[in-house]
Design a protein. Sequence first.
Length: 221
Amino acid sequence: MEKVVSEQAPKRLGRGLFLVTVAGGLSSLWWGKSLTKAVSAIPFAPGGGWRIYTVAPTMPTFEPATWRLDVGGLVQKPMTLTYDELRAMPATSQIRDFHCVTGWTVSNVHWKGVRLSELLDRVQPHSSALGVQFTSAEVPYVDSLTIFQAKLHDVLLAYEMNGKPLPREHGAPVRLVIPEMYGYKNVKWVSRIDLVERAEDGYWENLGYDRDAYVGHSNGL
Ligand SMILES: Nc1nc2c(c(=O)[nH]1)N[C@H]1C(S)=C(S)[C@@H](COP(=O)(O)O)O[C@H]1N2
Ligand SMILES: [Mo]
């Protein structure tokens, strides 16, 4: 138990905040354990190296027929996409390393999905929108990027990982992928995207991590 808690607790947290992190850590531990058991039963299981993090007691479920992605806020043309509509958008693939701020890395992850910039072009953000907020179906995980960060070329809404539909524990059906930044910016189970006036602190940032989580330039390590 201490292991997971200390993994996610940034060094400069005070005791009060640390206790909040403990509550978040317990669910990570539960999933982490059950997943480790499942994976270790399969020899040479792909996906080794990942640690599955959650903040709620149960992971969101994905129903292809009813799932929707809402894109709105400060935009000219708000949009609601079905899973099929998302999959019908121009797709891109990339291979990038994934880094958690606590020190683990998974190399050469194959992602496929839609560029966030493509989605933003479609909804036509107002000029007053300087931030993009991502809401996870896993309440209360919310995070945001500046519009500049959101438009970086390799920021994806990924629906495939290593050639297969994104597994539930990795955020099915879509997660944000921003390889320039640490894992906590890579929101799983994205269900809403809102253009907002400015980027606000997200889930882990409220617990002490840096907002601009560029790999190698953040306060976690
Ligand atoms: N909804 C949600 N997204 C999340 C998290 C989470 O707990 N909930 N954890 C973040 C952190 S800290 C990391 S390192 C990565 C881990 O990705 P994985 O669970 O697919 O290994 O997811 C990020 N996205
Ligand atoms: Mo992380």
